[in-house]
Design a protein around this ligand. Structure first.
Ligand SMILES: NC(=O)c1ccc[n+]([C@@H]2O[C@H](COP(=O)([O-])OP(=O)(O)OC[C@H]3O[C@@H](n4cnc5c(N)ncnc54)[C@H](OP(=O)(O)O)[C@@H]3O)[C@@H](O)[C@H]2O)c1
Length: 335
């Protein structure tokens, strides 16, 4: 197939392009080239979608399938206007951030309410508007492509190349050894998807014509199981000390990401549904997930190759520094 990846220079879209090449497709990546290099074996077309006429270099080109990861409705409208005619299959990578209810576990695209689409006068680049903007993007794709569209609402995407540190913290931390501060409780559900598994499903779905709206993440597992698999993957036997939410909040430890944070941890009950979606339909539609131990092992290898494991966590996008973790643990033991 002739596959166009709108993106292809970083993380998921690069993994999609690499997977498509691997599977023998003729792959074009279209981006500015400022996030990185497209994978070997692809053809690169330089475009800037901030320019209203920025997709002109692709006008008139024919593709069997398009994969788009954009987050700005204006860019998505421009893409469907320029390219939708004649395309057999269109994947739009959306996000579980489209859901307006983060507290109810077990939601899926048929049951979960979504945000209202972004109003025309809203700032579509404001990160606060990410969810509503993705709703607008989905609507633009579905209006133009209808039953040729696969809307992929990704959950937390993890693995080699993840610059967000929202999972990488754990392989790096467990590999360092010693007493490890584990947030919340071991049975609290968490859900992630390996970037390579998601990419493989996106490409196979384009090949076979999977269409619809899917929550694209792995099955929920307890945080304790997640950390056990990470430990197995990096060859660690950590001593986990589980510290409850109230204590962590009192210690000003932030959930999820950012400075002084613990990744893969969200406040309950407000976020009890965010990492506990019902993904049975997605698994039935072919998403195959690898053992999290393998994800952890490969993520640690990537972190080491890229020097991320040596970077002071204060300079990363998520996690506690060793000193911050030791202080919180000491306070926990003193309580
Ligand atoms: N990471 C997660 O955990 C997570 C969770 C849920 C959903 N998602 C979704 O998953 C997708 C991730 O995509 P990704 O990993 O490939 O990362 P991304 O950062 O969303 O990639 C954006 C791609 O678009 C290109 N791009 C950005 N601005 C452009 C412009 N003005 N003109 C042309 N190209 C432009 C970038 O390349 P250049 O900069 O080189 O132009 C890059 O290749 C996104 O849709 C995101 O919303 C992510």
């Amino acid at each position: 197939m002739r596959i166009l990846v709108l993106g292809g220079t970083v993380f998921l879209s690069a993994a999609v392009a690499a997977e498509a090449v691997e599977r023998g497709h003729e792959v074009t990546c279209a981006a500015r080239g400022s996030s990185g290099e497209p994978p070997a074996g692809t053809t690169f077309v330089r475009v800037d979608r901030d320019d209203p006429d920025g997709l002109a270099p692709l006008a008139g080109r024919e593709f069997d399938a398009v994969v788009d990861v954009a987050r700005l409705p204006s860019q998505v409208r421009q893409a469907v206007d320029t390219l939708a005619d004649g395309v057999r299959h269109w994947t739009f990578v959306s996000s579980i951030s489209v859901y307006s209810d983060n507290s109810t576990p077990g939601q899926n695209p048929h049951t979960g309410p979504v945000h209202a689409p972004l109003s025309a006068d809203a700032d579509e680049r404001d990160v606060e508007n990410y969810g509503p903007a993705k709703v607008s993007c989905e609507q633009a794709v579905l209006a133009a492509l209808g039953d040729r569209a696969n809307v992929v609402r990704a959950g937390l995407i993890v693995g080699p190349g993840d610059g967000s540190d929202r999972f990488t913290y754990w392989p790096v931390r467990l590999a360092r050894g010693g007493e490890v501060l584990a947030p919340g409780a071991p049975e609290e559900p968490v859900q992630v998807v390996d970037v390579r598994d998601l990419a493989a499903w996106i490409v196979r779905s384009a090949e076979t014509g999977v269409v619809g709206v899917f929550d694209a993440t792995g099955p929920a597992v307890g945080r304790g199981e997640l950390l056990d698999r990470v430990a197995a993957g990096v060859g660690a036997e950590p001593k986990l000390t589980w510290v409850d939410q109230e204590f962590l909040e009192a210690q000003e430890v932030n959930p999820w990401a950012g400075p002084r944070s613990l990744p893969a941890w969200l406040p309950l009950p407000e976020y009890a549904g965010m990492l506990d979606h019902d993904v049975s339909a997605t698994l039935a539609a072919g998403l195959a997930v690898r053992d999290l131990a393998q994800t952890a092992r490969d993520t640690l290898a990537w972190a080491r190759e890229s020097g991320r494991d040596k970077t002071d966590p204060a300079d990363l996008h998520a996690g506690l520094t060793a000193a911050e973790e030791a202080d919180v643990l000491a306070a926990w033991h003193r309580r």
